[in-house]
Design a protein around this ligand. Structure first.
Ligand code: ATP
Length: 199
């Protein structure tokens, strides 16, 4: 599995459609200060489901949409597509190539798609969580973050290891199932009360 292609449209400083073809191995992005190198990394995190505007170096999520320059008006939406080569079957999906697309509209609407089919954020998170490139984005370590990772508390470090090992997905599912059981128990208790009143 490797990241094969990244396309940005209206994402941060990338107003026009910009296509980055990646190869297996190491990719270096070089350029002058402020030319958009970190924006490429932000786009990677964003398309994989990053929800924190601060992690994307903005104040609110809308800040990822091209805000306009003196020569070009602001755009109404940001879109990023990431194609992952899955010929080794590392992702639990029956395709040798997987394209994840995320779109955000300035009016607040948002969309995710996997291989062109609209899906939920949860579907993207679940797809990626076994690959080690899941929700918490431990594979994207920004400037200064390495220090933060090294100084993390035991709980946070454990969650990092769990996500990398693919356990987090099951923990989330367990929590969801426990919440359902609790709600069901409440219904059962009410039912028991009602039947004893009717007797
Ligand atoms: P450095 O080498 O200094 O870290 P960099 O190449 O990583 O720089 P970025 O931080 O990726 O640069 O890009 C910063 C540029 O992106 C700034 O010029 C900023 O104005 C522009 N930018 C960020 N968000 C938007 C947006 N929503 N619309 C338009 N431009 C944006």
């Amino acid at each position: 599995m490797y990241l094969k292609n990244l396309t940005l449209r209206g994402f941060k400083s990338f107003a026009s459609a910009t296509n980055l073809r990646l190869e297996p191995g190491i990719t270096c992005v070089v350029g002058p200060n402020g030319s958009g190198k970190s924006n490429v990394v932000d786009a990677l995190a964003w398309v994989m489901g990053e929800q924190g505007a601060k992690s994307l170096r903005g104040g609110k999520m809308e800040d990822v949409i091209f805000a306009g320059t003196s020569s070009r008006p602001a755009l109404g939406r940001a879109e990023v597509s990431l194609t992952i080569d899955n010929s080794d079957g590392a992702l639990p999906i029956d395709y040798s190539e997987v394209t994840i697309r995320r779109t955000l509209f300035r009016n607040g609407g948002s969309e995710y798609a996997i291989n062109g089919d609209t899906c939920r954020l949860l579907d993207v998170q679940e797809l990626l969580s076994d690959s080690g490139i899941g929700r918490e984005m431990h594979v994207v370590v920004g400037q200064g973050q390495l220090d933060a990772v090294l100084h993390q508390g035991a709980e946070a470090r454990r969650s990092l290891i769990e996500e990398s090992a693919g356990i987090l997905k099951h923990r989330k599912r367990k929590e969801k199932a426990l919440r359902k059981i609790e709600a069901m128990q409440g219904n059962l208790d009410r039912l028991t009360d009602l039947t004893s009143e009717l007797r």
